[in-house]
Design a protein around this ligand. Structure first.
Ligand code: DAH
Length: 341
């Protein structure tokens, strides 16, 4: 009787052994045989039904069945582990010959490129960088720049006022005053930064960037300004460009000039870029007004200076042929990735 059961269990293990191919079904088999309610454990429990004189004999048979089953299960388990490991190796195998995933390389924003070029050019001429605050006092942005409260020139720049006295700076020229108040000549500074005006069309934006320059020392003349601008223009727009000064007006410079460069697109013959004139306006400049020097405690009879200010977006648009300023603020990668240097 007991032998029949044992044979049945052995047969069951042998028929099923080949089909056990993963840890889960192996554990199920093991539990079904040797678990608390497993078939072999049940045989042990049933010993109490066996007549006492037969118990040692039957006990021996069941023990040897358990030993056999344990050994057989060890073999099955070893096979399952080997198979699972080789499947894992296969799944995790890396083909090093496959082409890699290409990562897009970023590029600098045209504004950053121009800003860097300008800083390179002017620091090569000995200019130091000064960065003033974007929230500025009315005094630094206007009054100290010879543009008092009722001055009509304030209309040239639509201003975002925060309070009666605080505003978003409309021009980096404000930095000139901060520098001259704190430093005595010789002064040679370059002041890049963001400025704000209530203005919005294809060539104007409420926020844009400017680069201001200021030189103050004994004996500085308009010729020094012109000579320096010639070098700047050639480095930015190409060796063949020429510069010219046109009379203009800014409250903080006297005389004031508008600086044009000969058209680098047509060489001065006249084209769409220069609107047929052969010249392109690039910046405003002039000799620092003596009232401005005086207001900063610098004696205008001893020292003179020149200043200039340009829009970085404007230079970027001219140099790279960008026709709408919005493109510089939209951050569309299809646009931005065209600028590599
Ligand atoms: N601040 C002027 C503007 O925003 C530009 C400018 C003109 C700056 C003449 C200067 C200068 O330093 O001398 O329109």
């Amino acid at each position: 009787m007991i032998q029949d059961k044992i044979d049945a269990i052995k047969l069951k293990i042998e028929t099923i052994a080949d089909k056990i191919d993963n840890s889960k079904s192996f554990t199920e088999l093991k539990m079904a045989l040797l678990g608390k309610n497993g078939e072999i454990s049940a045989l042990m429990k049933n010993m109490r039904d066996v007549p006492p004189e037969q118990r040692p004999e039957v006990g021996k048979i069941i023990n040897s069945l358990r030993d056999w089953a344990n050994a057989r299960l060890d073999e099955i388990e070893a096979g399952v582990k080997k198979k699972e490991l080789s499947e894992l190796y296969k799944a995790e195998k890396i083909d090093v010959t496959l082409p890699g995933v290409r990562h897009e390389r970023g590029s600098f924003h045209p504004n950053t490129l121009i800003r860097q070029q300008l800083i390179d050019i002017f620091s090569g001429m000995g200019f130091e960088i000064f960065e003033g605050p974007e929230i500025e006092n009315d005094y630094y942005n206007f009054t100290a720049l010879n543009t008092p409260k009722d001055h009509p020139a304030r209309d040239m720049q639509d201003t975002f006022y925060l309070t009666d006295e605080l505003l978003l700076r409309t021009q980096t020229s404000a930095g000139q005053i901060r520098v001259m108040e704190n430093k005595k000549p010789p002064i040679k500074i370059l002041s890049p930064g963001k400025v704000y005006r209530s203005d919005d069309d294809a060539t104007h934006s409420p926020m844009f960037s400017q680069m201001e320059g200021l030189v103050v020392d004994k004996g500085i003349t308009l010729c020094d300004l012109k000579g320096m601008l010639d070098v700047f223009a050639k480095k930015i727009f190409g060796e063949n460009v020429k510069t010219r000064l046109r009379p203009s007006y800014f409250p903080f410079t006297e005389p004031s000039v508008e600086v044009d460069v000969s058209c680098f697109e047509c060489g001065g013959k006249g084209c769409r870029l220069c609107k047929g004139t052969g010249w392109i306006e690039v910046l405003g400049a002039g000799m620092v007004n003596r009232h401005v020097l005086e207001g900063c405690g610098i004696d205008p009879d001893v020292y003179t200076g020149f200043a200039f200010g340009m829009g970085i977006e404007r230079i970027a648009m001219l140099k790279y042929g960008i026709n709408n300023m919005k493109l510089l603020f939209e951050s569309d990668v299809r646009f931005l990735k065209q600028f590599k240097d």
